[in-house]
Design a protein around this ligand. Structure first.
Ligand SMILES: Cc1ncc(COP(=O)(O)O)c(C=O)c1O
Ligand SMILES: N[C@@H](CCCC[NH3+])C(=O)O
Length: 427
């Protein structure tokens, strides 16, 4: 089993050297708990695997996965760069110390004002349409302005249909067969196109689609090089590397993955005489997914037509099970040695019948007051949470070598009033 689970001598879940039960006691529930060392390990394992075979390599953290400020500072301190998808992510990254040159902005359906803002921040713009290109030309001086384009490599993969971003159904990128024309047009406008980007999807454990994407993207880059005379400073293959969520899934052997992909990358570069552009990858889930758990307490055990364990969080806290039917492994954090004795449904506190973390899940005997830990909650967990049902958002705690730091206060009812204005006549 490749799930990241550690147990201490009290038979409690250990997170980064801290006891899950103590954390729940001190900070309450629901709380996301993030293990700093695990993020650092994930980053270094990933970076070292690729840079060993191709030193001109950069990691752009897809910060949409987790924008906790401490998480971003940790990755900044490791020398990581940022894949930003919105002006808000660019703003946050800049404020946290990432220089513009280390931020790649890959927006989709962005306004002209947003393009202008991102350009003013000094981030590198990776454009997704001819419309964006034309509108960027209205708000910056294109002369010598470096840009890149996201292309659709016509390869797609992902753990759910919603997470496949290449192929004919995808809203992302320019078409492979218009690339030459678009790069040429960018040059005609005065821009200096220096990069090409593709991203096929998210949550992929199978190495094959990545290889197909490398082939297809470099074939497109080769055509653009030959026919439009573009020299590439970088090629970016996006993110998407999955992590095991179920006990049956295996962690990606990142060294073999890197070795094979880099070998293919080099041979494709040679085939098209593309020189030695820097290789970028944009992992999100791989860096932060297994570094965090969501602690949630069982507040009711109900035997109805089925047996339900009711907990103090819901899909407003962790959306993935409800949105993608995603499996998250759930453990009884205060009795880690207890054997499974039953199959139960684990339900949240939102007023929707789809608010379930698990159906028919083998679990030990669980009592009200017990503590559950929902594993692999570090990617697309807090960032996709909401205030649905007027539920305040969870707190977040960072653990470093057993020491705990509150990095986000739990919201209060007062926070539900933030930014709302009741017109005078209704006061
Ligand atoms: C452009 C881009 N890069 C990187 C990522 C990160 O994906 P993942 O978290 O699966 O690595 C995404 C999300 O799918 C994305 O849209
Ligand atoms: N939100 C998705 C990943 C999508 C990534 C965004 N392109 C998930 O939780 O798996």
């Amino acid at each position: 089993m490749d799930l990241n689970i550690k147990i201490n001598d009290k038979n409690h879940l250990d997170i980064g050297g801290a006891d899950a039960c103590d954390i729940a006691e001190e900070f309450g529930t629901p709380t996301y708990v993030i293990d700093e060392n695990r993020i650092r390990d994930n980053y270094n394992r990933f970076y070292n695997a690729f840079s060993k075979y191709y030193p001109d390599f950069r990691v752009y953290y897809a910060c949409k996965a987790n924008t906790n400020l401490a998480v971003m500072r940790i990755l900044e301190s490791e020398g990581c760069c940022i894949d930003a998808v919105s002006p808000g992510e660019v703003y946050t990254s800049k404020k946290l110390g990432f220089p513009g040159e280390r931020i790649l902005f890959t927006g989709n359906n962005v306004t002209t004002e947003e393009l202008k803002f991102v350009a003013e921040q000094g981030a590198v713009l990776n454009l997704d349409s001819v419309s964006a290109l034309k509108r960027l030309a209205e708000v910056v001086d294109p002369e010598g302005f470096k840009i890149s384009f996201r292309v659709n490599p016509m390869v797609g993969a992902g753990h759910h249909d919603h997470c496949i971003t290449g192929g004919v159904m995808s809203k992302f990128g320019i078409m492979d067969n218009e690339a030459v024309e678009v790069y040429q047009f960018a040059e005609d406008l005065g821009f200096t196109p220096v990069g090409m980007h593709s991203h096929i999807g998210s949550g992929i454990l199978d190495p094959e689609p990545f290889k197909l994407a490398i082939e297809s993207t470099i074939d497109i880059a080769g055509k653009v090089h030959t026919e439009a005379g573009i020299d590439f400073e970088f090629v970016d293959f996006g993110g998407g590397v999955g992590i095991p969520y179920t006990p049956e899934e295996n962690i990606v052997d990142i060294d073999t993955f890197a070795k094979e992909n880099i070998a293919l990358f080099k041979s494709k570069l040679e085939e098209h005489d593309l020189g030695k552009p820097t290789m970028y990858l944009e992992p999100g889930r791989y860096l932060v997914g297994d570094a965090s758990v969501l602690l949630t307490r069982v507040n009711s055990v109900k035997q109805s037509y089925r047996k339900f364990l009711g907990v103090d969080s819901g899909f407003h806290t962790l959306l993935r099970p409800a949105m993608y039917d995603s499996y998250h492994h759930i453990v009884l954090a205060n009795k880690m040695d207890a054997p499974n004795t039953q199959e139960v449904d684990i339900a949240g506190n939102v007023c929707e019948s789809g608010d379930l973390f698990a159906r028919d899940r083998p679990m030990p005997d669980v009592e009200e007051g017990d503590l559950l830990a929902i594993l692999n909650a570090g990617a697309y967990g807090f960032t996709m949470s909401s205030n649905y049902n007027s539920r305040p958002k969870a707190s977040e705690v960072l653990v470093k070598d057993g020491e705990c730091f509150l990095t986000r206060e739990r919201e209060t009812f007062e926070d539900l009033f933030n930014k709302q204005i009741i017109p005078d006549y209704l006061q």
